[in-house]
Design a protein around this ligand. Structure first.
Ligand code: SF4
Length: 285
C-alpha cells in the first residue's frame, strides 16, 4: 500500500509558526497566555495547556509576570500600546502576511485616506487590520454590502487573507464601478487554496482518502466534499481512534489530507493507525 500525506495538509505556515512560538515560550517563560485561542483544535489546545499556555480573552485577565502571545491573526496597535502601558511582556506571533497588510493599511491611510476590507467584520484578523487605519474603514463581506455602502471616491481595498477569491473578485467588480480612485491590494493568502487544490489532486489518484479534522469545522467540511466528489471512499476522522479497522486492506493507494486546525502529530498518529490497521489485518503492506 502506498500512503501519501498532503504537503499542504493541516496547519498553514502562520498557525504552525504561532503554535511553535507558544511552545518555545512556555519552555523559556514562567507562564504564558495567548490572547484568544491560537487554533480551534481541542487536542492541541489541551497540549498547549499542559505545557503551561492558557488562553485569555482580554488583557485584564493577564497576571503580572505572565507573557502574552499575540496569535497569527494579529491585533490592533492599541493592544501593543496597552501591553506596554501595563508593563506586560509580549511575543508577537502575527503571521507575516497579516503584518504586511497592517503596514499597507497604515501607510496608505497615513493622510486619512479610506480603506476597504473585504471580509467578515467580526473576524479577529479583520478587527486587527481595521485598527491600523488612520482614516475611515469600510468592511464589506459580500457584493450586497458593496452595492449598498456609502463609499468614498478614493480608497485602497485589501482582503481578509482567508476569503474566497471569487467573493473578493465579485466585490472588486462593484468597487471598480463605484470608487473613482481605487487602489487594489490582493492580500488573499494562498494557503487555503493550495490545501484545497492538493486535496483535489490526491483524491483523484487515491483508492481511499482520509480527511482529518473537526466535524464542525467548515474548512474540513469543504475538504471532505471536495474529496468525496472525486473519490467515493472518502473517510472523515477527527481522531486516530475514528479510523475504521480494515478499511484499507484492499486499497493500493491511500492519501491523507487535513483541515487547517489539524496539527502534524495528529496526522502522524492517523498515518500510524492506518498502517497498523493494514498490517494487523494481515493484508497489504
Ligand atoms: S495569512 Fe495565510 S499563512 Fe498566515 S495565518 Fe492566515 S492562512 Fe495562515
Amino acid at each position: 500500500m502506498k500512503l501519501t500525506i498532503g504537503k499542504h495538509a493541516g496547519f498553514c505556515f502562520g498557525v504552525r509558526r504561532a503554535v511553535q512560538t507558544a511552545f518555545d515560550a512556555a519552555t523559556d517563560q514562567a507562564s504564558c497566555v495567548t490572547l484568544g485561542p491560537l487554533i480551534h483544535n481541542p487536542q492541541e489546545v489541551e497540549r498547549l495547556e499542559r505545557a503551561g499556555v492558557r488562553v485569555v480573552a482580554t488583557l485584564d485577565e493577564v497576571q503580572p509576570g505572565q507573557t502574552v502571545i499575540i496569535r497569527s491573526h494579529g491585533v490592533t496597535p492599541e493592544v501593543y500600546a496597552q501591553c506596554e502601558a501595563r508593563g506586560l511582556r509580549y511575543i508577537d506571533a502575527t503571521c507575516p502576511h497579516v503584518a504586511h497588510i497592517h503596514q499597507l493599511v497604515k501607510a496608505y491611510s497615513a493622510q486619512g485616506e479610506a480603506v476597504i476590507i473585504v471580509g467578515e467584520a467580526d473576524h479577529p484578523e479583520v478587527v486587527g487590520i481595521a485598527g491600523w487605519a488612520h482614516g475611515p474603514v469600510f468592511i464589506l463581506p459580500d457584493q450586497e454590502a458593496a452595492k449598498s455602502a456609502q463609499l468614498p471616491q478614493k480608497a485602497m481595498v485589501v482582503a481578509q487573507t482567508t476569503i474566497r477569491r471569487d467573493r473578493f473578485e465579485e466585490v472588486l467588480a462593484i468597487l471598480r464601478k463605484r470608487v473613482a480612485e481605487l487602489t487594489v491590494r490582493m492580500t488573499i493568502c494562498a494557503a487555503t487554496s493550495q490545501r484545497q487544490q492538493e486535496a483535489e489532486a490526491l483524491s483523484r489518484e487515491a483508492d481511499v482518502i482520509v480527511v482529518v479534522g473537526g466535524k464542525n469545522s467548515s474548512n474540513t467540511q469543504k475538504l471532505y466534499e471536495t474529496c468525496k466528489a472525486r473519490c467515493a471512499r472518502t473517510i472523515l476522522v477527527e481522531t486516530p481512534e475514528d479510523v475504521p479497522a480494515g478499511a484499507f486492506s484492499d486499497a493500493d493507494r491511500v492519501a491523507i489530507t487535513a483541515g487547517a486546525s489539524t496539527p502534524q502529530w495528529l496526522l502522524q498518529r492517523v498515518q500510524e493507525r492506518i498502517e497498523n490497521g493494514v498490517s494487523l489485518d494481515g493484508s497489504k503492506d
